[in-house]
Ligand binder design. Structure first.
Ligand code: KG4
Ligand code: ZN
Length: 337
């Protein structure tokens, strides 16, 4: 079964074709991130306009010679969460194709979708513990089966990606903050140095699966002011910001793995592209001799794209009537679509 996936929740316009939920036939992503770099962040109205401009060229490129969708069995689309203007572009495009081609349409929750990016290398065994770390969300879930998910914990304030983005801005680094901050941190780590500063890891001693990242902004602001930030200070501060976020995520997830004893652990969402985070999960699980299959997508499938939207739709096949499909910017990972 071939599913055409459409993803337009923020500043990426993505369309892909996936066969039987695990085989990527085509994957095209257009990003307006460069435009947002000029303003230091996403301006929703601008992002939506770029979605409108990109959706048809991206669709045409994905479909190739199969312009009439003859090889497509169903259309999957992100209905939320995200920016309403951006979401509407993908949702309306999907509805139009479904109507014109006479093919079923399957709505997908973007956050649940992220987890399915781990399905392409090797299919994970259930039960799974899944951590979704994206620009707006940090959610830990226990997945017993497709469509059977229990919420374990999440952030009380900023998301992990938001913490990367906001602290990067305090260091004067361009949007998108996460990858840029990570690059600067790597300069420091490549010299085998240890940061002499220490940023807090809030809630780390508490017996729960919650995070708090908003205090990191205050700690970085204080450090920037104290040092009267110079170019040379950036790699060290970036390295400690990254370590504080990575430490918090890894230590709580390891506790959750020990408690719930899942067969697999899935790391997903844009922040999962972070090499220090991937490396620390691997090394902690190995050094503590924890028996769990660790799944993390290749970096380009961690950030927003439509492959996992199509895959999620395949495994949770919940067709709906066109009239019942609506964009919902406020969806949480627990919401059914
Ligand atoms: O999942 P995603 O592409 O979009 C959302 O659904 O939000 O995640 C975007 C987030 C941004 O906060 C971005 O800075 C962060 O993922 N990110 C990274 C890296 N690549 C993307 N954060 C740290 N290191 C990276 N290499
Ligand atoms: Zn995302």
């Amino acid at each position: 079964m071939r599913i055409l996936g459409i993803e337009s929740s923020c500043d990426e316009t993505a369309v892909s074709i996936v066969e039987d939920g695990v085989k990527i036939i085509s994957n095209v992503v257009a990003s307006s991130a460069e435009m947002h770099a000029k303003t230091g962040g996403v301006i929703p109205e601008q992002a939506a306009r770029e979605q409108v401009k990109s959706i048809i060229p991206v669709l045409i490129e994905t479909l190739g010679v199969d312009k009439n969708g003859n090889d497509i069995d169903a259309i999957a689309v992100t209905v939320g969460p995200g920016l309403i203007g951006s979401l509407l572009v993908g949702v309306e495009a999907a509805k139009t194709l479904s109507y014109v081609w006479g093919k079923p349409i399957i709505p997908v929750n973007h956050l649940v979708g992220h987890l399915y990016a781990t399905w392409f290398k090797k299919v994970p065994k259930f039960p799974s513990l899944g951590l979704v770390v994206s620009g707006g969300h940090t959610d830990l879930v226990l997945i017993k089966d497709h469509g059977k998910m229990e919420y374990i914990g999440g952030t009380r304030d900023d998301a992990a990606g938001e913490a990367f983005d906001k602290t990067a801005r305090l260091l004067g680094l361009p949007y998108p903050g996460g990858p840029n901050l990570s690059k600067r941190a790597q300069e420091f780590l490549d010299k085998n140095q240890k940061p002499l500063i220490f940023f807090p890891r809030p809630l780390s001693d508490e017996d729960n699966f919650e995070w708090s990242f908003s205090g990191l902004k205050t700690a970085v602001t204080r450090e920037v002011q104290k040092r009267k930030l110079k170019e040379d200070d950036i790699p060290e501060i970036a390295a400690e910001v990254q370590e504080a976020i990575v430490d918090s995520l890894v230590s709580k997830c390891v506790k959750a793995i020990l408690k719930y004893k899942p067969a697999s652990f899935l790391l997903a969402g844009g922040v999962a592209a972070n090499s220090r985070l991937r490396e620390k999960f691997e090394s902690e699980l190995t050094s503590k001799n924890i028996k769990v299959d660790f799944h993390v997508p290749e970096p380009k499938l961690c950030t927003d794209n439509a492959t996992y939207i199509a895959s999620c739709a395949y495994f949770n096949n919940q067709e709906k009537d066109i009239e019942d499909i609506d964009a919902n910017p406020e969806l949480t990972i627990q919401d059914k679509v």
